[in-house]
Design a protein around this ligand. Structure first.
Ligand SMILES: Nc1ncnc2c1ncn2[C@@H]1O[C@H](COP(=O)(O)OP(=O)(O)OP(=O)(O)O)[C@@H](O)[C@H]1O
Length: 798
């Protein structure tokens, strides 16, 4: 029985606070389109002890950018008072108590009056609408009545769990098949990967960092950051990385993977050639998001500063000044930490910047890179790296979608998978709340936050618009929240993280932008407002809590459409980690009423926000115009920046890469996230021809351009052939070696993860030559005009 392993808990014993309500079905907020593309900031500021990132000191020195709009300001303006965080309220209460003790018993009566006044003030600041008493009463009432409703709810739940059980059995049947497939896959993978010597030759793993033969400064840094004992992934990966081996590393979220690659590469840099000409960019760490790159840099810098190492970092991410980054690159920093897009931009547009001296390439959150549609960018970057480099790929979730990437970028790699059966941290309790109708989702979330989860909570939403709407709803209900998603400026994103870290807001309302890698200390709860489309996303979301051996809980609101994902999440977890939570229906209904009451006000806040945005945008346009007039000559003398793909190509390859990634999940189609190219009968649509959809005129024009290009190409190759023939006819000097014969093999154009019908990378035995920087063997299938296929074959060069 599912009941056997699902413990049901309810919210009855939790002290209620106050209630509120309604679902905002109105307007979606306007897209934040007043971003200033030129704003710049730096990440000055270190940290004292421990790897405590996002300490609130990172965001400094903003220039140019207009002040971002804060909906809390709009709400405060309407209400006449700013919102307070749970911490602020606690601090106030504590201060009041201390004051009371100091005053002594003589002034007791007088003091009590004051305190009551204070309390009233505090309460009214928090309880923004309705009378305080009413709210408290209604919340209390709902708790008292809970017994009967609870029983009813549990009965209903038991029924549903019976249904669940049947489906579990069905799933268990199909999973055998999956396991068989996996066994075959595993055999192929085993042949591809080298044996991990830490498992076979020497089963005793280093239990201390000192036992890893790390240099003294690095050991000192680790001690002062209180990293005393290596985590399992560190114990296994660091010694292998120090030997220069290529690694595919995976371990549960929050298990210290960043240090697992950062420590060996810093150790390596301690012994680099510092002589004349020895200075170069030696390490590249690729991260999927800007926030992750910033965090990764912070880990590296913390170790460097504490150890007194002479290693310089450069952060190459979007949203920061291109010119400042180009300037830093000219100084040849040792470690580049980059997001793929910005790195490509520099490779294409920053004069004399190359990766030709690179020793180590690290791809963090490798599967996410493919999910985010960075396939072509990764291929381009790998192509720009020397073949002799060491490569390490890390992620908590390694789906088969990374096979191609592994094969393309790693050389005789070792798979370092720590506890592959465990997907979530041991200290994580996963709670699930059943949502019977979508109408109750928002009130359930509010009830949860008002009654149970008061602080240090990240709430994940499927869309940016929803996260923003909910921020307004939270604000109007006296809950202090910040939002984090891609519609914000980089400044706002980092500010939100810093506010949350500092405790000046209690909730971080985020999209999946924040689901990967972010290490924020003290996150106690993760709430999934809705279940994500993929299991790996769920794993990463809930992995923002219970990190580094700590405890934490996740609470997921599960509707009918999320049942499959619920089962998958339960299946991948230990039985004692799962709980069923019930929110008293009265509390939910009270919130629903409150939300309905403030519906109009939500609209008004959105309108005010829009108006303010338009005004600031007009201001910026004005400034822009002035700049264009004043600095016309300078602006037009700059060379235009180029990109390795056109916008159209970029979009196309992004969606192809996303589809390939999503297609690797069996449940993706069920979640509506794939199958775009299937017709009504579920069959694959034929591929569109390159002239399809074009008017006759446009088609003729395109054909003419292609002909011109072909002509140009052939005249170029003719003159090259003439030059070569002349050269060959020249007599060869005795001291000169004979000219080498050129390989005629064609370049392959296989894309990582491209195409929907996926074949494992490990199925491919035919070697072929790829780009200079790539080491993997590739196969290209060339279709001739008649549709016959022929395989291009060439050797991979080491
Ligand atoms: N040896 C160690 N001892 C104690 N704490 C550690 C150790 N190594 C790392 N940590 C801490 O563990 C936390 C999580 O580390 P990190 O962010 O590298 O995890 P991760 O495995 O990369 O997680 P994710 O998969 O979510 O990206 C950090 O706060 C870090 O300071």
């Amino acid at each position: 029985m599912a009941n056997d392993f699902i413990t049901t808990i309810d919210s009855d014993d939790e002290a209620p606070q106050f209630g509120e309500s309604s679902i905002q079905k109105g307007k979606t907020p306007t897209k934040n389109d007043d971003l200033d593309p030129d704003f710049e900031f730096d990440f000055a500021g270190g940290r004292e002890t421990g790897l405590d990132l996002w300490g609130g000191d990172e965001v400094t020195g903003f220039k140019n950018g207009a002040e971002p709009i804060n909906v809390d300001d709009i709400i405060a303006r309407r209400r006449g008072k700013p919102l307070e965080s749970y911490n602020d309220r606690k601090r106030k209460r504590k201060a009041a108590k201390e004051e009371e003790l100091e005053e002594g018993s003589e002034e007791d009566a007088e003091e009590k009056e004051d305190e009551d006044e204070n309390m009233d003030e505090e309460q009214s600041e928090v309880e923004l609408s309705g009378s305080e008493e009413d709210e408290e009463m209604s919340a209390k009432d709902s708790d008292l009545e809970l017994g009967t409703d609870d029983e009813q709810a549990e009965d209903e739940e038991a029924e549903s769990e019976d249904d669940d059980e049947e489906e579990y059995e069905e799933e268990a049947g199909s999973s055998d098949e999956e396991d068989e497939e996996t066994a075959a896959e595993l055999a192929r993978k085993e042949a591809f990967f080298s044996k991990d010597p830490s498992l076979t030759d020497d089963p005793t793993l280093p239990s201390t960092f000192a036992a890893m033969n790390l240099s003294r400064p690095l050991l000192r840094a680790l001690t002062s950051l209180q990293l005393n004992t290596p985590t399992p992934i560190q114990a296994r990966a660091i010694p292998l990385a120090l030997q220069g081996r290529d690694i595919l590393g995976s371990a549960v979220t929050g298990s210290g993977k960043t240090a697992a690659f950062m420590i060996p590469l810093l150790e390596r840099l301690c012994y680099r050639d510092r002589g004349k000409g020895g200075q170069a960019c030696r390490v590249l760490i690729l991260c999927p998001t800007r926030e992750l790159a910033v965090q990764c840099e912070a880990v590296g810098k913390a170790l460097t500063e504490k150890g007194g190492l002479d290693v310089r970092f450069a952060l190459l991410v979007g949203g920061l000044s291109l010119n400042a980054q180009a300037h830093t690159l000219r100084t040849l920093p040792d470690v580049l930490i980059a997001t793929p897009g910005r790195l490509i931009d520099h490779l294409t547009n920053t004069p004399s910047f190359t990766l030709s001296a690179l020793d180590v390439l690290v791809i963090d959150e490798a599967d996410r890179m493919l999910e985010a549609g960075f396939t072509d960018e990764l291929e381009e970057i790998i192509k720009a790296c020397p073949r002799s480099r060491q490569t390490m790929l890390f992620s908590a979730t390694m789906t088969d979608s990374v096979d191609e990437l592994v094969k393309l970028s790693l050389d005789k790699p070792i798979r370092v998978f720590v506890d592959p059966k465990r997907n979530t941290a041991k200290g994580l309790i996963q709670e699930f709340v059943r949502i019977r109708s979508d109408e109750t989702r928002s009130p359930s979330l509010l009830a949860l936050c008002k009654r149970t989860v008061r602080e240090k909570c990240i709430i994940f939403f499927r869309s940016k618009a929803l996260a923003h709407q909910m921020r307004i709803v939270f604000g109007l209900n006296g809950l202090k929240a910040a939002e984090l998603h891609g519609n914000l400026t980089q400044e706002q994103r980092l500010q939100a993280l810093n506010d949350f870290k500092a405790g000046s807001v209690d909730y971080l309302l985020a999209t999946d932008l924040a689901s990967r890698g972010l290490d924020i200390k003290g996150v106690e709860t993760v709430i999934n407002y809705d279940m994500p489309g993929q299991l790996s996303q769920y794993t990463h979301r809930v992995g923002r809590t219970a990190r580094a051996g700590r405890n934490g809980r996740s609470i997921s609101l599960v509707g009918e459409a999320d049942r499959k994902m619920l089962k998958a999440a339960i299946k991948q977890s230990e039985a004692d980690q799962i709980r069923h939570r019930i929110i008293p229906p009265e509390a939910v209904n009270a919130m629903l009423d409150k939300l309905n009451e403030i519906k109009d006000e939500i609209e008004e806040v959105l309108v005010e926000e829009k108006e303010e945005k338009l005004m600031r945008q007009a201001d910026m346009e004005l400034k822009k115009g002035q700049n264009m007039v004043e600095h016309h000559d300078e602006i037009h003398s700059r060379p235009a920046r180029t990109w390795f793909q056109s916008e159209k190509e970029k979009e196309k390859s992004k969606s192809a890469s996303k589809e390939a990634y999503v297609g690797s999940f069996p449940n993706a189609a069920a979640n509506g996230s794939n199958g775009k190219d299937l017709n009504k009968d579920g069959k694959k649509e034929p591929k569109r021809g390159k002239y399809d959809g074009l008017s006759r005129k446009a088609k003729r024009r395109k054909m003419a351009i292609e002909e011109d290009q072909a002509d140009q190409q052939s005249s170029k190759s003719t003159s090259l052939a003439i030059r070569n023939a002349k050269k060959a006819a020249r007599p060869v000097k005795i001291t000169e070696s004979l000219p080498k014969t050129k390989s005629t093999s064609k370049k392959s154009s296989t894309k990582i993860g491209a195409g929907n019908k996926r074949k494992s990378a490990f199925d491919d035995n035919k070697p072929s030559k790829k780009h200079e920087g790539m080491r993997a063997k590739q196969t290209k299938v060339n279709l001739d005009k008649k549709g016959k296929s022929g395989k291009g074959k060439s050797k991979g060069k080491k």
